[in-house]
Design a protein around this ligand. Structure first.
Ligand SMILES: Cc1cc2nc3c(=O)[nH]c(=O)nc-3n(C[C@H](O)[C@H](O)[C@H](O)COP(=O)(O)OP(=O)(O)OC[C@H]3O[C@@H](n4cnc5c(N)ncnc54)[C@H](O)[C@@H]3O)c2cc1C
Length: 336
């Protein structure tokens, strides 16, 4: 009986809250071009879904933004009601569920523009690496992309971004040249080294703590063809592999030529393996890496090496490559 009363009270409270909120949600819908979905709406589940299936988030509202103004409207709505705001492109990085707040999904905003002369790329906030790579490859360029092409460019880059070409060029965040940002008070700012330099500094590593990025601009590099490979041994040989790696002088090599040593690299495949993996941009660097450790350790359990390969292919096969599922017809391109 007591339980029934509590349930009824909860039901009335929730129903009342929804009735009070309904006109405000309706007003928000008239401001937003994308879908605004509340619990019970048909697109609510789609709007709250994340790539990381371990997180089951239950926001008060999800706003599936299509244009920058949608993001401004969602931020205004949340601020006026003192609700939290979360932003998500793919949901690869979600660890804390956006419960009770406004979840802004940017997955429909995926346009990409490449400027080959300046070696710059500009993306909308929902772009994934698979949207960028074919365009940079066609221009003879490579971005500092993630291990997986299904990762969101903005979330990855703002969090630091450590990719295959990182040993040569560093973190992706260090090559951001500018952004458009919706601040918590709903203003839209251009941020770069000269204009609003403080939020520009904070963004590069601070992810969403300074606002929501609606456009990100960053440098790309002329390493569109790469050499790479991985050499794998059974995990029981990990100590030996690590010793050879150290004696090989890997730590003394310039960072760009240093193979990555990853112990327990291939968890989840048929066995746990010790691995040395690398991606390099010249044949000489590649042969030194691919041949020397193998020669001194004797036969490896397997070698996955590529000759000269388009950089695009290295990122194309990672886990979470769900690009085709979300690719809008016509391909993602901003007008020049
Ligand atoms: C399978 C897998 C492989 C990975 N590989 C790599 C790798 O090779 N190198 C590496 O460095 N990291 C890697 N990561 C970590 C990854 O970079 C982070 O999880 C990153 O946050 C994912 O960004 P996203 O946009 O895809 O995810 P989302 O979950 O959509 O976003 C993650 C966070 O980024 C912020 N964010 C997203 N969009 C915006 C925006 N428009 N404005 C402001 N902030 C925003 C928010 O804080 C959000 O919570 C990997 C993760 C996974 C799951």
């Amino acid at each position: 009986m007591e339980r029934e009363l509590t349930d009824r009270r909860e039901f009335l409270k929730t129903g009342l809250a929804a009735a009070v909120a309904a006109p405000a949600v309706h007003r928000l819908r008239t401001r937003v071009r994308g879908v605004v979905a509340a619990p019970g709406d048909p697109q609510y589940d789609e709007g709250r879904a994340a790539w990381n299936l371990a997180v089951d988030q239950k926001p008060a509202l999800t706003v599936m933004a299509e244009v920058e103004d949608d993001i401004v409207a969602a931020v205004d709505y949340a601020r006026e009601r003192q609700l939290g705001v979360a932003v998500q492109a793919t949901g690869h990085g979600v660890t804390v569920p956006a419960n009770g707040g406004v979840l802004i999904q940017t997955g429909a905003m995926r346009q990409v523009r490449v400027d080959p002369t300046q070696r710059r790329v500009t993306v909308q906030p929902g772009a994934m690496w698979c949207d960028v790579l074919p365009l940079t490859q066609a221009a003879g360029l490579a971005p500092l992309s993630a291990s997986s092409s299904g990762m969101g460019v903005v979330g990855y880059t703002l969090g630091g971004g450590s990719g295959w070409l990182g040993r040569k060029y560093g973190f992706a965040a260090d090559h951001v040249t500018g952004a458009r940002l919706v601040t918590p008070d709903g203003r839209v700012l251009r941020v770069d080294a000269n204009e609003n330099p403080d939020p520009f500094w904070g963004l590069r590593g601070g992810t969403s703590n300074f606002g929501i990025v609606t456009e990100l601009e960053f440098r790309v590099f002329p390493d569109s063809m790469v050499y790479g490979g991985g050499i794998y041994w059974p995990i029981v040989r990990a100590r030996e592999v690590a010793t050879v790696y150290r004696e090989f002088g890997a730590f003394e090599l310039p960072p760009a030529q240093r193979p990555v040593f990853l112990d327990e690299a291939c968890q989840g495949r048929e066995e746990l393996r010790a691995a040395v993996e690398s991606l390099l941009s010249s044949h000489d660097e590649a042969s030194e890496f691919l041949e020397t450790p193998a020669a001194s350790l004797g036969p490896a359990s397997s070698i996955a090496a590529s000759g000269e390969t388009p950089a695009e292919d290295w990122t194309g096969t990672g886990t979470g490559s769900s690009c085709s599922a979300r690719k809008p017809p016509g391909g993602p391109r901003l007008p020049p």
